[in-house]
Write a protein that binds this ligand. Sequence first.
Ligand SMILES: *[C@@H]1O[C@H](CO)[C@@H](O)[C@H](O)[C@H]1NC(C)=O
Ligand SMILES: *[C@@H]1O[C@H](CO)[C@@H](O)[C@H](O)[C@H]1NC(C)=O
Length: 354
Amino acid sequence: MLGVASAQVIFNPQNNAPSTDIIDLHRQLVEIESIAPNEAGVADYLYDLLKAKGYTVERQNISKGRYNIYAYTGKSRDAKVLVTSHIDTVPPYIPYSRQGSKIFGRGSADAKASVAAQIVAVDQLGLNEDVALLYVVGEEVDGVGMETANKLGCKWDVGIFGEPTELKLGVGHKGNYMFNLTAYGKASHSGYPELGRSAAEILIPVLNKLMQIEYPKSDLLGPSTLNVGKFEGGVAANVIPALASADCFIRVAADIEKIDKLVRSVVEGVDHLEFNLQATIPPVTLDYDVPGFDSIVLAYATDVPRLRVPLKKRVLYGPGSIHVAHGDNENVEESDLFDAVEGYKRLIAWGLKQ
Ligand SMILES: *[C@@H]1O[C@H](CO)[C@@H](O)[C@H](O)[C@H]1NC(C)=O
Ligand SMILES: *[C@@H]1O[C@H](CO)[C@@H](O)[C@H](O)[C@H]1NC(C)=O
């Protein structure tokens, strides 16, 4: 049975094969809204498109109406080279439009430009049992798509990950160490502080210590940085605050275990203070020494560390810039799409030799 979006696959009238025009394919993908968790339309579109091109295509179920798309050819589900990106976008939906050489719309850069260029690149290289394609959901939210891809049970040697990198190879990116702190005081009249316990006086010195720590740095990724992103507490100037809390986020350049020890050395053992570690993602270093490519250090996180199938090489590459990716002016240069097709072809050729 054909999927809902199948009618949208463009076929070339000359030979009735699905079109591999990069501009057409990119437009089709951007025109299908796929704000997580609503990726089914674009997943169905890719399912039909890749099937029509001769791939064996699997839907990997994530939850009701949500699935990853995995495409390969030949008998084995494994492949030497995995080409992958994500099909969800951030909100709000922005329709497709063009102004001169720029193409606007939600996902036009992040990451439907990568998805389109990857598919056209593998198409131009021809079906190859050593190259598989994986398109995952949920990258912008919690990474549930790539986390689930670990359960495909497939092996690959080289991962080519698509994200907006300005057509350069990502050197790596920082990881995350996210936590919150809640201080429990006891309210009283500020004229009689001895009758209460100030949550502010518990939390503020702790935050001060955390801000004074020098966190591990890396030559490649720079310093690890702490942001006390949200803090609140108390009710009025004349009341001893009963409650205070802070949400903190360390961008991790190196040694996440040491960062964990440093934070715990400050927060643990403080009376009436609760520490909640919310998420940790170690920093990621990538392969970027491929001849003919420039490199770029990235300040944003990706799905790369979520794929824990051991890979010999991992590269991150794609058209468009992260600087516009989540904004209301998200766009990509038309020429970047063509350049990315060539870039992915060279990366796949390099991957096949690893
Ligand atoms: C997919 O997963 C959801 C929830 O995990 C389940 O309700 C649904 O039946 C599954 N669909 C298929 C086709 O396995
Ligand atoms: C702190 O984090 C925990 C665990 O994620 C969460 O349940 C709690 O609501 C958070 N507290 C605040 C004040 O944000």
